[in-house]
Design a protein around this ligand. Sequence first.
Ligand code: AMP
Length: 534
Amino acid sequence: MPDADIHPPTRNLIEAWTRRVEREPERVAITYFDATLSAREVDRLTDALAVALARRGVTHGDRVGIYLQNIPQYPLTLLALWKLGAAAVPVNPMYRGDELARLLTDSGAVGVVSSYDAAEDVRAVAASGVWVVTTDPHSFQTTDDPRVFTGIGRAEEDELLSEAAQCDGQAPAAELSGDDLAILAYTSGTTGPPKGACNSHANVLAVASSYAAHVGLTSDDVVLGVAPLFHITGAVVNATMALLHGGSLVLAGRFHPEVTLDEIRTHGVTFTIGSITVFNALGAVPQAGRDDLASIRALYSGGAPIPPATVERFEARFGHYIHNVYGMTETTSAVVAVPLGERAPVDAATDTLSVGKALPGLTARVVDASGADVSTGAPGELELSGPQVVSGYLDNPEATASTFPGGRLRTGDVAVIDADGWVYLVDRIKDQINVSGFKVWPREVEDALYRHPSVHEAGVVGVPDDYQGESVVAFVSLGTDAPRVGEDALLEFVREHLAAYKRPKHIHVVDDLPKTQTGKIRRTALREVAHPTT
Ligand code: AMP
C-alpha cells in the first residue's frame, strides 16, 4: 500500500518529495529511453536548477512557463520551481503566435523554459523583461530513434542544464504553505477563453495521494508518463504522483504508439493513465499484442468519453481492462474513478460507461439550475467540492464567482449518480468540443476564421469522430463583395492561428448560417447538418 507519509498532513510538495528521497535515494526516479536518474540525482539536479533559476531572479510567488514535451527537464523544472516557492505554467508546445502570447501575458510569467527548437517562437511573442532559457530534448537521450519527435536538432549547448551545472549547492529554502500556487493550468473551463486555474500545493497533494491510494501505487510501480505533461493529468497523476510516491516515471517525448510499446516492454511499465486516443493508437499497431503489455497491472483512461465497445475490443486484444477516470483542470485532474479491478457499469438508457465513483475527500452532487440536489438517478449538473478543487482562476473574479459559487465547482457536465455512487456523464452544458481529451472552445476557432477578410459569419461545432471522440467542423458565409474563397484556402489560413487539434476537419462555405430570432447562430442546426442523426 502507499506510504502514509505522502498523505496530508504533508503540507507541501517539496516536503513530500524530500521524504521520498530519504526513503529510497538510490531507486530510479526518472527514466528516459536509455537514461535513468535516481531520486538522489534528481534532488541534486533540481537543487542546482533552483539556484540557477534564482540567479535569473525567480522567487517565491513567481510564475514560470514550461514549453516542453514529455522530457526529463519537465519534472526537473517543476521540482526546481517548487523548491523556490514558484509555480509552473504549463504551455502546450503546439501553441504558436497569439495563443502563446495570450497565455504568457495572462499568467504574468517572469520567464519560460523552452525547448531549444521552439525558443524563437517564444522570444517572438514574450514581453520585454521575460527571459527564455532553452533546453535540449536530446540532453538525456543517447538513442537516435527517428520515430521519436523531440526536436529538430541538437543544441550546441543546453542552457538550462549548463546553468545548473555551474550552480552546485543547496536550493534557497522557501517557506511553503499548502495554499501556495504549484501549477497555473490553463483551461477554457465552462465559459470561454482560457483561464488559469490555480492548482495549489494542497490541491496537487490531495489528488496525487488519493489517486495513488486508489490504484494502490507502491514504490515498485513503473509509471508511464503518456499523458502530455502540459495537461493537468500528465503533470499531476503521471509525473507528480510517480515522483512523490517512489515509483519511477518513464518519459518518451511526444506520444508515438510504437515507441510507447517499446518503452512499456523495455522498462516493465506497470501503470499508466492516458486518453482513449492513446489506447486506440496502441490497438492500431498491427503486430501489437498481449506480450507487449505483460508487465501492466492497471490502465486508466480519462479526459474524454470511452465507448463501451472500445474497452471490450482492447481487452480482447491485449487482455487488459481500461478503467475510466474523470477529472478537470479545476479539480487538479483525477477525482472520480472506477475502483481498480472493478468494471464500470453501463447506463442502459444512454449506453454511457460510468466514469467511476468519487475518490476520498470529494463530494459529488447532481444539482438543478438553482443549485438544489435532484433526486437519485435523475440528471443534472455535476457539482464538486473537496480538497482537490481549486479556489478559482487567476485574476478573474467574475469567472471564479460563476464557476465556483460558494466554493463548489459547477462542472458544466450533466451527470447521473446512481444509488451505489456510480457517476455517469450523460451530456454537457458547456460549449466545448472534446478532441481526444483536448478541449476546444468554438469561439476561439470562430475568431480565427473571422480574421480572414472574406469571412462574413462563422459557426463552429463538434461532431462525433470514431478516432478522436469529436472533431471540429466549421461553417462560414462570405461577404457579398468579398473575394470568393474555398475550403482549402480557409484551412490553410487557420493553420497560422490555431494549434493543430483546434483546426477544423472541414470548413463548409455556405450562403447563410441558421439563426435564432434574435440573430444568434444556431449551433444545434449546424450540428445536425454536419452530422445528421437520422
Ligand atoms: P480538462 O479541464 O481539459 O481536463 O477537461 C475536463 C472535461 O473533460 C470534463 O469537464 C469532462 O467534460 C471531460 N472529461 C474528463 N474525463 C472524462 C471522462 N472520463 N469521460 C468523459 N468526459 C470526460
